[in-house]
Design a protein around this ligand. Structure first.
Ligand code: SF4
Length: 344
């Protein structure tokens, strides 16, 4: 089987071309065609000789990502994209407009194995990890349909990025490269449910990619109810990894906190959160829960959200209540899932 060069970072492509004795500029040329111009056909790479294009075609292939469906519109602030992968599986990404930001939320796995009880993706189960080209390719494909430049990428779609660490990081590097989408490293956020090995690895990476932790509860019992993986990565261990991360990188961490009525939006939950995050350089995003047809949970009311943020704001740095973009088209946080569209 031919190697799919869409999965290679620029450095990996240069190393690959060295094997067939091609200079580094050839890799830059091909990378630009793939990731800046979005060309997937060797024949269209007009500044490469026909002989060389034939040689490339014999050795390599260029993976494709097909948009099957779009839902929503730019004027509504969110567009959900459903992609078909070459093996027939489907994934979703969401384009979001928020102030000056144009963000793409990408998936890193087909489905997810972690079973968070407030998340619709969990109901799909896990099918497979995505390849780097399939992850970065979502941004390329989404940007083709948008007039405005993509400014931010968040790895918060289907799947847990740190359970697919290498492909996630390679995708982030592809998107960060000057010859491609040119998304600044600080505009790329990788979000985890709290896989501590991943947090520790990310702290050692040379790039300035940002870390977000999906926290959702500040006590072990509630966290286990919402996120069964919390049994394997208890809060104390998670918070130690986060603190170490902030020391090693000198960067803040973003905590995502999805507010669910009567589960994690009470006074005692706010108090636990204040205690847990004392002294941690961080930002807190409060996100209204996005209900979906099969869920047992209810969203916190606007007044509950306002009250919760009022409780924590004086004690914690940078608390933001995020708008729930895309909820009406099941493109909000925790709502992505293929296979249940009809029910929805
Ligand atoms: S919230 Fe993230 S980690 Fe949890 S089940 Fe959903 S996709 Fe998986």
């Amino acid at each position: 089987m031919k190697l799919d060069i869409k999965n290679l970072t620029l450095a990996q492509l240069q190393a690959e071309f060295r094997k067939i004795e091609l200079p580094a500029f050839r890799a830059r040329q091909v990378f630009r065609w793939l990731w800046l111009k979005g060309v997937h056909d060797w024949k269209k790479m007009s500044d490469i000789s026909k002989v060389l294009r034939t040689q490339f075609d014999e050795h390599y292939r260029i993976g494709q990502l097909k948009i099957k469906k779009r839902k929503g519109s730019a004027s509504q602030g969110a567009v959900k994209h459903i992609f078909e992968l070459e093996d027939g599986n489907s994934i979703e990404s969401v384009w979001l407009k928020d102030g000056p930001r144009r963000t793409v939320c990408v998936s890193t796995q087909v489905g997810c194995s972690l079973g968070c009880t407030f998340c619709r993706t969990a109901q799909m189960g896990f099918k497979r990890n995505l390849l780097a080209g399939e992850i970065a390719g979502q941004v390329l494909a989404v940007s083709k349909g948008q007039a405005e430049r993509i400014t931010n990428v968040v790895f918060m779609g289907m799947g847990e990025p740190f359970l697919n660490y290498d492909s996630t990081l390679d995708a982030a590097r592809i998107l960060n490269t000057d010859l491609g989408a040119k998304i600044g490293a600080r505009k790329i956020t990788i979000s985890t449910v709290g896989i501590t090995e991943g947090i520790r690895r990310l702290a050692q990476e040379p790039e300035q990619f940002k870390l977000a932790v999906s926290l959702n509860a500040a006590d072990q019992k509630t966290r286990e109810r919402l996120m069964p993986i919390a049994r394997r990565y208890p809060l104390t261990e998670l918070m130690q990894a986060v603190r170490d991360y902030t020391v090693v990188t000198n960067k803040r961490v973003t905590f995502e906190y999805v507010l669910i009525r009567g589960v994690n939006d009470r006074r005692k939950d706010a108090n636990n959160l204040i205690l847990l995050l004392q002294g941690v350089p961080c930002k807190i995003n409060l996100i209204p829960f996005n209900p979906f047809p099969e869920t047992e949970f209810e969203a916190s009311k606007d007044a509950d959200i306002a009250r919760f943020s009022k409780w924590i704001m004086p004690h914690l740095p940078a608390v933001m209540v995020r708008k729930s973009l895309g909820a009406n088209i099941l493109a909000g946080c925790g709502q992505l899932a293929i296979g249940n569209e009809a029910k929805a």
